[in-house]
Write a protein that binds this ligand. Structure first.
Ligand code: SF4
Ligand code: FE
Length: 483
């Protein structure tokens, strides 16, 4: 397995084409805006080497029998699924941000079971191709960007009906060596911190859209792949001197628009090529796994936010107020409810035909539906407890200023004995999580990541078995016998 330092070093070897603020970035690994997100992924390597976390962070590979980082594993039991959620909560607590590596992890598991069933039904050889790719990922302990979301253009039109056919990623040509693809994947979490990209279709597809039914993996610096780095609220604070105003001085997350400009993929790296009937299955499984993930990572970040709110209350003398205590209890209740859903959908997981375990889809969708709501309420309560100073206080430079610094120090003081700087740092952390760079992961991603709320409601409706519920009601109301 790689160490954290080995991971960062391996990224330096990549020749990624990354653009930010209209310029190509020369040194991606040391860029002050990107680096915190790299630190978060590096944490997935660091904790795997820590004996205290070995049980959660590492596992024996079902493919090679060797010890691997859990982020590269195919789940072999419900216990593996539970451990995944616990691992993500731990990492959320350690980074208070999105640590990015789960998307590829979820993609591995979804692609494995789907390609297995494709091969069984169609006589193709996608699963063995995929597993040899995954063996390589496990051996090298790689981070992989699981790339699903297409730009989608006009949402009322199917992929092939779009004015621009590239608004969904598609196969543009094919020969005996491989395929050429064109399109883009939007909102790609951790793309710039990944060694490989694993592409999947974004929606269920019909025959007319078979050229959009494509899955493959490529090195992230393959010819024709371009990254356009996504902005985050308050991102340029990371360029400022000092460590306070960024809120979280070490960790972060990132997303990028990834463009595929006529990119060649050799056949041995192609895992779906026109089999449109299986696109829906792959999407549903990947989304299910990532909806489970949020019952871990968002809960871990929530733990930090709750802790920060409690700390802020202590620093300004409000900790003993009964309404503050009650608000903190409410935050914990909401946070643990999310965790309960993540654990429940894992415990109820079952084996697919390939042997790889899948979460309970109903409960994973309920988990994510709650995630579209509860972090907002937790953030609201955190802002309530933090007070307005969180968004009106002066900068770190003012605190350090030789003349006016003493005024900041004096008038922003809370409880005597607590340094003003500590109070300011905690408020900046809450600001970061609720309004700053980490709000991407904690708020808007909670809404739209792994599918927007309506996507879960469709899945909940599909799994609801309403006919069964109606029958139970008819039986108990004496309308029909129970048989
Ligand atoms: Fe992992 Fe959560 Fe980030 Fe998704 S949002 S990549 S599950 S940390
Ligand atoms: Fe996500």
């Amino acid at each position: 397995m790689k160490t954290a330092a080995g991971y960062v070093e391996s990224l330096r070897q990549l020749k990624l084409k990354v653009y930010m603020f209209g310029e190509m970035i020369e040194n991606v690994a040391d860029h002050p805006i990107i680096r915190p997100s790299m630190n978060s992924v590096a944490k997935t390597y660091e904790l795997a080497g820590d004996p205290r976390h070995e049980e959660l962070m590492t596992v024996t590979s079902s493919l090679t029998g060797k010890k691997i980082n859990r982020f590269t594993h195919l789940h072999q039991s419900a216990d593996d699924l539970v451990k995944k959620v616990k691992m993500l909560r731990l990492l959320g607590q350690k980074t208070a941000s999105c640590f990015q590596r789960c998307v590829g992890f979820d993609a591995f598991n979804a692609v494995d079971s789907t390609t297995f069933e494709m091969d069984r039904d169609l006589g193709t050889e996608y699963n063995q191709r995929f597993r040899s790719f995954l063996r390589y990922v496990q051996e090298e302990d790689l981070t992989v960007d699981g790339a699903m979301t297409d730009p989608k253009g006009d949402r009322s039109l199917r992929p092939s009906e779009q004015a621009d056919p590239d608004l969904y990623l598609r196969i543009v040509s094919k020969d005996e060596k491989g395929i050429v693809v064109r399109g883009a994947k939007a909102h790609q979490t951790g793309a710039v911190n990944s060694h490989e990209v694993l592409v999947m279709p974004t929606i269920a597809l019909g025959e007319e859209d078979s050229s959009y039914a494509v899955s493959f993996a490529l090195p992230s610096d393959a010819d024709g792949i371009i990254y356009i780095y996504g902005r985050q609220s308050c991102d340029t604070r990371k360029l400022e001197a000092g460590s306070m105003d960024a809120g979280n001085c070490v960790y972060g997350g990132h997303e990028a628009l990834v463009v595929f400009e006529d990119v060649f993929v050799p056949h041995e790296r192609v895992f779906m090529c026109g089999e449109y009937r299986y696109a829906g299955m792959l999407v549903e499984r990947f989304a299910g796994y990532h909806r489970q993930s949020y019952g871990g990572c968002k809960v871990g970040v929530g733990d930090v936010l709750i802790g920060a709110a409690a700390q802020a209350a202590q620093y300004n003398g409000a900790a003993k107020a009964s309404h503050v205590k009650d608000k903190l209890i409410e935050m914990v209740h909401l946070n643990e409810t999310l965790y309960s859903c993540g654990i429940a959908c894992s415990c109820q997981g079952s084996a697919t035909a390939s042997g790889t375990y899948l979460i309970d889809l109903m409960l994973a969708n309920v988990c994510k539906q709650n995630v579209t709501r509860f972090p907002y309420e937790i953030a609201r309560l955190a802002e309530d407890i933090a007070g307005g100073l969180m968004v009106t206080m002066p900068s770190e430079q003012d605190l350090r200023h030789p003349e006016i610094g003493r005024y900041v120090e004096k008038y922003l003081k809370g409880v005597a004995g607590v340094p003003t700087e500590h109070r300011m740092r905690i408020l900046r952390l809450i600001e970061n999580l609720t309004l700053g760079t980490a709000a991407v992961g904690y708020r808007t991603e909670s809404m739209h990541g792994a599918g927007s709320p309506q996507a879960q409601r469709i899945m909940i409706a599909r799994q609801a078995n309403m006919e069964h519920k109606m029958k139970q009601a008819r039986v108990l109301a004496g309308i029909e016998p129970d048989k």
